[in-house]
Design a protein around this ligand. Structure first.
Ligand code: GDP
Length: 450
């Protein structure tokens, strides 16, 4: 199993701690571990260099070495530095994904990117986001006159988003289509017009000229570059190429639900200077989240996107239940009944696979090797095991000694090892929850539940 960065650094720092002070060589070892972790997360080399310089300075400055949990202290620094690189950069969309409309409506948003990046899908997701969170009246239009299918696709997904679609035809010029759409939007009081543009398989001069022309004529309040996170370093190169001809105001990183660790996010932001605005997290129409630098930093470090799991849960879970859970976690009273609720909710969360990438890297790797049907079955068995316990046992798992375990295993029709495995998983989850309970998760759940 892959060691996570926290453990790795903990080990390194422990060896350093025995020594009187940080030296060139033991610092170098520590930085090497961080470098490896960042490389594994697909962060570009120049970015890593800059980062390491900052981290070195901070790590030597703070009392990492005297800290009781030096690995975590160091990871904290690394995580903050990562997040800082990716943070900020407001334009019309603020960092919470709220659109500030200073101009006369309609606000024009131009979407650019290569074919297959997820542009059309993102247009619909963004429409839905603007409608759902800000009650905007949204019109979409495609100026992709090279692929009639793309126009049809936008029509379909726009309907799913509950927005309106402006018809276009491949015999028209892109700029004429866009102007007609703007007129229509003005007459019918649309707040926002989302323009889906043509993408090619690679960077193409004709495409770049066309979209640069559209940009000049339409003066969009946002020009968003849509890019597939799975491209890794290539994502950085395409972003650079687009940004050279088109003044991008933001990046949407799609397909973060794939197996990418998200290092591309860091590199795109650092190398182009263009802020990330949104991330695509599923194929579904509501699979779009505002970009969150802290969360992405955690993901890059393989610490797992616990916040995302919680948020995902929030969409399906009763807030009262969540409130109770937060209170329990705060008191450190997360027990097996809660664990059972959690697993049940995971089943309700649109399938397990969408959850996988949000787990800490090493857990996700293990999970990727399992087949999903088997995993679903496994969840049922886990529920069965917990159901075979008495309420007291669920509340006090420490009571579960050998004879009780045997009784529970027999009741659930499983081997005792399975009961043990479940208890291990429960402990892991409990530890994870405790780590987060003091800080962000509790605050966030609290806020959401308020
Ligand atoms: P376009 O050519 O850039 O317009 O790309 P599309 O919008 O047609 O998307 C290409 C494929 O990527 C489609 O199958 C989408 O469903 C898929 N896709 C887009 N965004 C996401 C995402 O965030 N997650 C996942 N899993 N798939 C996505």
């Amino acid at each position: 199993m892959l060691e996570n960065l926290t453990d790795r650094l903990g080990r390194v720092v422990k060896t350093i701690r025995g020594q009187a002070r940080l030296t060139e060589s033991n610092t170098a070892e520590m930085l090497r571990e961080i470098r490896l972790a960042l490389l594994e997360a697909d962060v570009a080399l120049p970015v890593i260099k800059d980062l390491l310089a900052n981290i070195k300075e901070k790590a030597l400055g703070e009392d990492v070495i005297t800290s009781l949990t030096p690995g975590q202290a160091l990871v904290g620094i690394v995580k903050d530095e990562l997040a800082n690189i990716m943070r900020g950069g407001n334009s019309a969309f603020d960092t919470a994904g709220q659109l500030n409309l200073a101009t006369q409506p309609p606000a024009v948003i131009l979407m650019a990117g290569l074919q297959g990046a997820g542009k059309t899908t993102t247009v619909a997701k963004l429409a839905k986001w603007l409608i759902r969170t800000q009650k905007k009246k949204v019109l979409t239009v495609s100026v992709d006159v090279y692929r009639p299918a793309a126009i049809e696709q936008l029509k379909t997904v726009t309907a799913q988003a509950g927005a309106e679609w402006f018809a276009s035809d491949i015999s028209q010029k892109p700029i004429d289509i866009a102007n007609a759409a703007i007129d229509w939007a003005k007459k019918h009081y649309f707040d926002v017009l989302l323009i889906d543009t043509a993408g090619r398989l690679g960077i193409d001069e004709a495409m770049m000229t066309e979209i640069a022309g559209l940009h000049k004529a339409l003066k969009p309040i946002e020009t968003l570059f849509v890019v597939d996170a799975m491209l890794g370093q290539d994502a950085v190169n395409t972003a650079k190429a687009f940004h050279a001809t088109l003044p991008l105001t933001g990046v949407v990183l799609t397909k973060l639900d794939g197996d990418s660790r998200g290092g591309a996010a860091l590199s795109v932001r650092h190398i182009t200077g263009v802020p990330l605005k949104f991330v695509g997290v599923s194929e579904k129409i509501d699979g779009l989240d505002p970009f969150d630098a802290d969360r992405m930093a955690g993901r890059i470090l393989g610490m797992g996107d616990i916040l995302a799991i919680v948020e995902e849960a929030q969409k399906n879970v009763d807030l009262k239940e969540a409130e109770k859970l937060v209170a329990k976690i705060k008191k450190g009273g997360f027990d097996l009944s809660d664990f059972r609720n959690q697993i049940t909710q995971m089943r309700n969360m649109g399938g397990l696979s969408s959850l996988m990438d949000k787990l800490p890297a090493q857990m996700a790797q293990a999970a990727a090797k399992t087949d999903m049907n088997a995993a679903e079955k496994n969840i049922k068995r886990m529920q069965g095991i917990i159901d075979s316990m008495t309420p007291l046992e669920r509340a006090k798992p420490e009571l579960l000694k050998a004879s009780r375990k045997r009784r529970i295993a027999a009741g659930a029709g499983v081997q005792v090892q399975e009961v043990n495995r479940l208890l291990n998983q429960f402990e892991q989850m409990q530890t994870m929850m405790k780590q987060f309970s003091g800080g962000k998760m509790a605050r966030m759940m609290g806020q959401m539940a308020a």
